[in-house]
Design a protein around this ligand. Structure first.
Ligand code: GDP
Length: 196
């Protein structure tokens, strides 16, 4: 499995428009602006696979990228975006919730969090849900280039410590799209999920 084989398949506003629920999907989720699109582009080695645009309504679809036959990366709608009308928010969160609840082929969840502000309420809700659902999680602490090496280590340790209490399959990795920090490690974990 090579993530750089990713090709865009479809953007869907809700789960009814997605490809058949078979094979393996690994989904990416995170607060808006956490660095999800940048991480997808870094991990697939493709500059503009996922759009890093902040225009509401554009990044808020479920985007599917095929890696190999019946193996897909899924870019889920960002959550926690402050500056959009309530109605739009509800619609997006509905697509996100439905995907997580109903998608049988979901085998791993990558959760993107800014290393400077990890484990916000909505992040914890998602991580707790994954733990309860026995879904393996990779927590990528993004934009690690913004902190000193010492602070990065301290944050990784603090996040690991807090998540250890959940007793679930949760891995924590510092990540920078700018410097490619953690890209090899994240790639290995995601490719393992596609093999299982
Ligand atoms: P998304 O909303 O989660 O998809 O986030 P984006 O990938 O669009 O990134 C949001 C903002 O953070 C953009 O301005 C990016 O340039 C910036 N960003 C993303 N990843 C990194 C990183 O690794 N380092 C730095 N310094 N900035 C980043």
């Amino acid at each position: 499995i090579h993530l750089n084989k990713a090709t865009f398949t479809i953007s869907a506003p809700d789960i009814r428009r997605l490809p058949a629920d078979s094979g393996i999907e690994v989904a990416f989720a995170g607060r808006s602006n956490a660095g999800k699109s940048s991480a997808l582009n870094t991990l697939t080695n493709q500059k503009s696979l996922a759009r890093t645009s902040k225009t509401p309504g554009r990044t808020q679809l479920i985007n599917i990228f095929e890696i190999a036959e019946n193996k897909r990366l899924v870019d889920l709608p960002g959550y926690g975006f402050a500056k959009v009308p309530m109605e739009m928010k509800k619609k997006w969160q509905k697509a996100l919730g439905e995907y997580l609840e109903k998608r049988e082929c979901l085998k791993g969840l990558v959760i993107l969090m800014d290393i400077r502000h990890p484990l916000k309420d909505l992040d914890m809700d998602l991580i707790q849900w994954a733990a309860d659902s026995d879904l393996p999680v990779l927590a990528l602490l993004t934009k690690s280039d913004k902190l000193s090496q010492g602070k990065v280590s301290a944050q990784v340790l603090a996040v690991k410590k807090q998540l250890a209490t959940l007793n679930a399959d949760i891995k924590v990795q510092a990540f920078s799209s700018l410097k490619r920090t953690g890209a090899v490690q994240a790639d290995a974990i995601i490719c393992q999920w596609f093999q299982d």
